[in-house]
Design a binder for this molecule. Sequence first.
Ligand SMILES: N[C@@H](CCC(=O)N[C@@H](CS)C(=O)NCC(=O)O)C(=O)O
Length: 201
Amino acid sequence: MKLRYSPTSPYVRKVVILALETGLDARIERLKTNAWDPATDLPTDNPLGKVPALILDDGQQVYDSPVICEVLDSLHDGAKLFPPAGPARWTAIRRQALADGILDAALQVVIETIRRPAEYRWSGWVERQKAAIARGLDQLEREADALAGQFTIGEITIIAALGYLDFRLPGDNWQATHPKLAAWNAEMLKRPSVAATVPVE
Ligand SMILES: N[C@@H](CCC(=O)N[C@@H](CS)C(=O)NCC(=O)O)C(=O)O
């Protein structure tokens, strides 16, 4: 299999954590890809032009990160990170959706405040995204006690989202207002797959 990736993408981080946890990492060849390069051929593997994109051994193309993670989880015989249909699965994939949504909003903030030329910036849009992030974090704080002892695609995505906030929006200091979530995240950072994938510039 081949994984088109960028080293700091939080969506890629989800895939890499899952690959490390399941022992699939050794079967994945990594192809570093700059999605923002106008000359990139990434759209030949993902028409949306985004990483991660996975190319299976039979050539089938898989995107985006929730789909890649679920496909990879079907390719090993160990403990599954997507529970079977039922309440545990609904919780896991809802948490994935919530944390992916926090990531999507954080990415919008980063694009609006760093990538977009100053004269085209729209502060109201940034405030809207920040409000969504805040509501998402508040929900995770309410669920923090229930996160302990679980490790599914839901918790993996939450780890990726919190790591991205620390990496790209450190001034926002979500830990100060979400102490239970911060304590859970600190515990998770001791896990080898999580520690090995902390984003660095
Ligand atoms: N929903 C997608 C989001 C992927 C995504 O937005 N990736 C970013 C990098 S962090 C990207 O490739 N952006 C390039 C672009 O938007 O053109 C997923 O979960 O994989």
